[in-house]
Design a binder for this molecule. Structure first.
Ligand code: PAF
Length: 280
């Protein structure tokens, strides 16, 4: 595996592959890689000739400077994991390389980027679009792989890709869970053992809510009440939405795909955990 830091070196290397007709799969990450990322890299490895993984902690998508500061940084371990999963190139640019000057572009895809995380983390999806569009430009992949854990992010990136007219297939990959049911996330390493013990309740309660036979609003409230009843967990929001547009639904028959998206504060720090469940 090659470790590349500059866009020019990356493009030179990829031009050789592209000229010989090779397909390029791309997995964008912010590092602190875990089994969830590994599953994306393995899927790209199976479906493409070359797999590029970017490792870049993108400052423009953090609306809370403390969140950026405490985000885990583990480049050496990340590269070891990527080698094992079959990645060909790890692209780890500096902030100056990606942002030689401030990026003033704005992206707007309502309601996809204005609800849920979009409403609570102003500028977050704009920062995601800024960096993903720059990375797409640098890598020019045939396919790009994103974890479904960040369900809303994939919906926003789909809109951006269509809006920019990019010929890139966006491939959503299933959430990878720890044995406990907790969705894998780089932020899980920040949880204390006590917090790690209560956090899986989020997924268990979401799963139980599929069997309730209640209305949408009753189900939403049931999930919130049951999670809030666990000391150390506090729901920030729980939205039951159309799985494509992310607009809230009032009725189970309202859309062909319905998903519940949740954000929960866990512990004293607190750590913000996100998850989702598919109802239909
Ligand atoms: O999902 C992430 O890790 C990030 O939002 C992404 C897509 C790598 C952009 O920085």
């Amino acid at each position: 595996m090659q470790l590349i830091h500059s866009i020019t070196d990356l493009q030179d290397t990829l031009a050789q592959a592209r000229n010989t007709g090779k397909t390029i799969g791309f997995v964008p990450t912010m590092g602190a890689l875990h089994e969830g990322h590994a599953s994306l890299v393995r899927q790209s490895y199976k479906e493409n000739d070359i797999t590029v993984v970017s490792i870049f902690l993108n400052p423009t998508q953090f609306n809370d400077p403390k969140d950026l500061q405490r985000y885990p940084r583990t480049l050496e371990a990340d590269c070891q994991l990527l080698e094992q999963c079959g990645a060909d190139i790890a692209f780890a640019p500096s902030v100056e390389e990606m942002y030689p000057e401030p990026d003033t572009r704005t992206f707007s895809y309502p309601p996809t980027d204005t609800v849920m995380e979009g409403a609570r983390r102003p500028g977050h999806f704009n920062g995601v679009c800024q960096i993903v569009s720059k990375l797409f430009d640098a890598v020019q992949p045939d396919r790009a792989y994103f974890g479904e854990k960040d369900y809303q992010q994939i919906a926003v990136i789909r809109r951006m890709t269509a809006h920019l007219g990019l010929n890139i297939e966006i491939i959503p990959c299933p959430v990878v869970r720890e044995d406990s049911g907790l969705a894998m996330s780089s932020r899980n390493t920040l949880l204390t053992p006590e917090e790690k013990a209560i956090a899986p309740n989020i997924y268990h309660i979401l799963s139980q809510s599929k069997q309730l036979g209640k209305t949408v609003e009753e189900t939403r409230q049931w999930v919130i009440d049951n999670i809030n009843a666990i000391p150390g967990l506090e729901v920030e929001y729980y939205s039951i939405v159309d799985g494509d547009t992310l607009a809230e639904v009032q009725d189970w028959a309202q859309a062909p795909s319905i998903v519940g998206c949740i954000t929960v504060y866990c512990g004293a720090t607190p750590i913000r955990l996100i998850d989702h469940i598919r109802y239909r």
